[in-house]
Design a protein around this ligand. Sequence first.
Ligand SMILES: CCCCC/C=C\C/C=C\C/C=C\C/C=C\CCCC(=O)SCCNC(=O)CCNC(=O)[C@H](O)C(C)(C)COP(=O)(O)OP(=O)(O)OC[C@H]1O[C@@H](n2cnc3c(N)ncnc32)[C@H](O)[C@@H]1OP(=O)(O)O
Length: 246
Amino acid sequence: MARNLARILGGCGSLVPFMKTPACPPRNSSSIPPARTLVQMLFSKSRDFSLPNSSWGEEMMRLYEFYNGQSDVETEGEENQGREWKRLPSYNRSLKYATGGVYLSKIIQSKARLFTRNIREPGAAFEYVLFINKEKERCVCVFQAGHLLEGPPGHVHGGAIATMIDTVTGTHASAISAPVMTANLNIDYRSPIPLGSTVLIESTLEKTEGRKLYISCKVTSTDGSKRHTDATALFVSISVAHLLKG
Ligand SMILES: CCCCC/C=C\C/C=C\C/C=C\C/C=C\CCCC(=O)SCCNC(=O)CCNC(=O)[C@H](O)C(C)(C)COP(=O)(O)OP(=O)(O)OC[C@H]1O[C@@H](n2cnc3c(N)ncnc32)[C@H](O)[C@@H]1OP(=O)(O)O
């Protein structure tokens, strides 16, 4: 941890273009936070947004419990129990993973966050939980769409659906080969998704070719009877340096 911190803080000048905020204020600058705030920023526990909250409806809870019952929860430093699925925790700072467990954006006080996890009001926008089955090369996401995602009256905006497909396939690709960037995303919208409903988003790894990962994805009603959306995505593995270059 200390080594990671030193490395990141030592190199923070190079992060300026990426974060668009002054990463290294001059010494004695009044913008340096008090020591207590710094300690809180570095060590405060972050919230895992993929756990149930009071906004989750009956169907969301039922499916969460179904997959969670067959899952090992991914916790740092703990052994896998050998179950089929694994719930992936979801924080509002994706760089946690790219920096070996250190919240880079917290340290430099950037506002950079994962936007699907930026809306604080429970149930207002993206409520979702992702499970991965590495053996079967599949991911499943249970997604409940809140009222802020309205596009056509009473239905979910196509951009919000694209966001969720990118998130599910991107998280899937990251779990196989982190970090990655979306290079291509193709979407066929087949039937609208009612606002407030819970749907399943399933992704499958089709093939890998060197740094390229090809993933397919479908969005269906939770009983599988209605096909809402089909998609294919291409992800390219990148170095962390590429990510910070911006
Ligand atoms: C924001 C990323 C966060 C990552 C954080 C890390 C871990 C995250 C942990 C958990 C995950 C949490 C949340 C995930 C949620 C969402 C994921 C969202 C991801 C995004 O929302 S991300 C934003 C949108 N995304 C971009 O902003 C990309 C802009 N772009 C580039 O940054 C470059 O363009 C790049 C890197 C794609 C490639 O650049 P490059 O220089 O590394 O590689 P190069 O160009 O050589 O391509 C290598 C091979 O891919 C082929 N290829 C490339 N592009 C292609 C295309 N479009 N169609 C067909 N083939 C293509 C080439 O033809 C070649 O193929 P070949 O090797 O066979 O010749």
